[in-house]
Write a protein of this length. Structure first.
Lengths: 526, 135
């Protein structure tokens, strides 16, 4: 997030898109309720009538995969009406002409044809967002999990910059990160091309800094992202896979393909707390410990680094995850001798400029939001206040592109995916929590009453859902919260896992799979 | 009876709510939301209120396992670590460091993420490390 969670309450207008906030980030949804109570306008753009859409001043239901067109339409109206913040554009940004020329083609009536959103609603969204003193954008995987994920985010950035809604309280471009420590895993260099703090492995200066700190020769060739690792397992260029606390068999698109790739591996190690679907395929399983049994830090969606503290002894013979890695490293001949997670954090602070001022002692209390470059720095609540990281904010003229897969005669329904309130991701933890499991013991598929009638299906009936990748059965849940022609499923349940169906096509830059759009067929199961 | 409560950060979503884990005689019994937390200000969602439940599930892994004759069987840490290290070393020496790949995790701590990428890059010599940021 460019801004902070508490800062959402300062907004006069909150534009939520691609985030089922009440289900996936309930505590952030609370902030939206409070802002609304103080008079903020709420706009929701989501193909489903999700819970938070019920309190929205405007809810638009764009067709799956038409976000760029919708946003271009909104910006078209803003420019036509002269509601842009020209001073911000002139002083803080560049590339405005490219945006202006592109969005010229996206009149509300053209955009209505692409997105299905009435032209009048597009105009109303533009007015509410652009004329607010402080407008905040909240977005999540509904924006990013597309073959146009990067284009979608660039379009949101265009909208925020066009109206000067960045770098001030109550504004910003605020991705709600899905996992407790996905921000931290990225910050710490859990990515193929960067060390911690996003320092490029191919940058000679960064590479030699880490090489000298670690006393090792380091490759300057960026590594493989997950989709390429799986392809590597299949063509045997990758032989060994080490998996720490992930469950790709359930979480990655086209599950059958993932299982096939893992079967090709010569050696798979899984370090986890449960025998996940992925661990069941491993050659070695190493029991690590849960968050309640360890010390360390997580970094949340607002870049706040916070302490995790051990509250109970590890179960059975399970061991601290950092000790397992250290023991393996020593066996491979690369010496590690940390005595505690705190000692690892000292090394992180030395090598990572944005974490430079972070110590366990300073994290007592509220934690610290990075960038926090030195031990006198109070942390950063709002990014891009004076200037953008690159200097001037760069506008991009972005054209609408259709999703990778489209409905046809054989697969006539759209499928989109997401989470529900009581379960989490692949369900490794929540299915093992009796209270949560009792709330939602089995998966379902949301379907509009018109479609249900055509198929002769009622709530509770079993439906066979098939895509070009595979097929699963799920119980129908008939609801007007979804548009006709579209169905919704989760990936929480192994027996009705949407990821058997999803399309592994990825965004060319971010390599994020298009979980949110694929084509399926439906038939009532016997 | 011995009771303690320890302030920590939730393991579910990216909100990062703070709560106290309650420990009674060595078992976790509940969570109490932290009122002074700048994130959740004394509130929790249903997952946060029940975040202690899975920790002591009887389904937890309690021993290292190695596949022998097709089945995963319990072994000692010594055996599991020796076997893992020797397989990783063998693959690296036969096919080069880039024949190994690592998935780190959005669920584990910063320190553990940092250490696994260091292990991948410095100990085995590959930048093949990624995680589920996109999933």
């Amino acid at each position: 997030m460019t801004n902070s969670i508490g800062d959402i309450e300062e907004a006069d207008c909150i534009f939520i898109t691609g985030s089922n906030t009440t289900s996936s980030h309930p505590i952030i949804a609370d902030r939206v309720y409070r802002a609304k109570e103080k008079g903020a306008r709420v706009i929701v753009a989501d193909p489903r009538r999700i819970h938070i859409a019920r309190l929205a001043d405007v809810h638009v239901q764009q067709k799956l995969g038409t976000d760029v067109a919708l946003l271009n339409g909104i910006m078209h109206v803003i420019l036509e009406q002269g509601w842009q913040d020209q001073e911000f554009i002139d002083q803080r940004c560049e590339g405005f002409e490219s945006l202006r020329d592109t969005v010229k083609q996206y009149s509300p009536s053209v955009v209505e044809g692409i997105t299905g959103v009435p032209a009048g609603d597009i105009e109303r969204v533009a007015e509410l967002y652009a004329r607010a003193n402080a407008a905040s954008i909240l977005y999540c995987m509904g924006i990013t999990q597309h073959t146009t994920g990067v284009d979608n985010v660039k379009s949101l950035a265009n909208l925020a910059m066009l109206t000067g809604n960045i770098g001030r309280p109550g504004t910003g471009l605020n991705p709600l990160r899905g996992q407790n420590n996905v921000q931290g895993a990225c910050d710490m260099g859990g990515l193929p091309n960067v060390f911690s703090g996003y320092q490029q492995v191919s940058n000679p200066e960064a590479n030699s800094k880490f090489a000298s700190a670690w006393q090792a020769e380091l490759s300057d060739k960026p590594g493989l992202p997950i989709p390429d690792m799986l392809a590597g397992l299949e063509d045997k260029s990758v032989q060994g896979l080490y998996v720490l606390g992930e469950n790709p068999v359930m979480s990655d698109p086209d599950s059958d393909h993932v299982s096939h790739a893992l079967q090709q591996a010569r050696f798979v190690v899984v370090q986890d707390i449960f025998l996940t679907e992925t661990a069941q395929m491993a050659h070695v399983v190493l029991p690590g410990v849960s968050f309640a049994e360890k010390d360390g830090t997580f970094t949340n969606t607002e870049r706040r680094v916070m302490r995790v503290r051990k509250a109970v002894e590890p179960v059975g013979d399970s061991r601290q995850d950092w000790e397992i890695i250290q023991d393996l490293s020593n066996r491979l001949g690369y010496s590690m001798s940390y005595s505690s997670p705190e000692e690892i954090m000292q090394e992180i602070a030395q090598l990572t400029p944005s974490y430079g001022g972070i110590t366990y002692q300073r994290l007592e209390g509220d934690g610290l939001q990075w960038p926090c470059p030195d031990t006198g720095h109070p942390g950063t609540k709002i990014l891009h206040q004076e200037r953008f990281a690159r200097g001037l904010g760069l506008f991009h003229g972005v054209e609408h592109q259709a999703p990778a897969e489209s409905v046809d005669q054989e697969y006539p329904y759209w499928l989109t995916t997401g989470r529900i309130y009581t379960h989490y991701h692949t369900g490794t933890m929540t299915h093992n929590s009796p209270t949560l499991e009792r709330e939602a013991p089995e998966g379902w598929m949301e379907i509009h009453p018109d479609d249900a009638r055509k198929l002769g299906v009622r709530t509770g009936d079993r439906v066979r859902v098939a895509s070009r990748r595979g097929s699963v059965e799920a119980a129908a849940y008939v609801t007007e919260d979804i548009s006709p022609g579209t169905v919704f499923m989760t990936f929480h349940y192994v027996e009705s896992n949407a990821n058997v169906l999803t399309n592994p096509a990825t965004d060319p830059i971010a390599r994020i799979p298009e979980y949110k759009v694929c084509a399926v067929s439906l038939e009532k199961a016997a | 009876m011995e009771y303690s409560s320890v302030l920590t950060t939730c393991t579910y979503c990216g909100c990062g709510c703070n709560f106290y884990l309650e420990n009674l005689d060595g078992r976790l019994t509940g969570t109490i939301p932290c009122k002074t937390s700048p994130v959740n200000q004394g509130r929790l969602c249903i997952k946060g209120w029940n975040a202690h439940e899975f920790v002591q599930s009887d389904q937890r892994l309690t021993s290292p396992l190695i596949r022998k004759e097709g089945r995963l069987v319990p072994v000692s840490w010594e055996e599991a670590l020796d076997y893992t290290a020797s397989e990783l070393a063998a693959i690296r020496s036969e096919h080069g460091p880039d024949s190994l790949a690592f998935l780190t995790s959005a669920k584990v701590t910063n320190e553990e993420n940092f250490l696994l990428q260091k292990f991948a890059r410095a100990a085995t010599g590959t930048n093949n490390i990624d995680h589920c940021a996109r999933l």
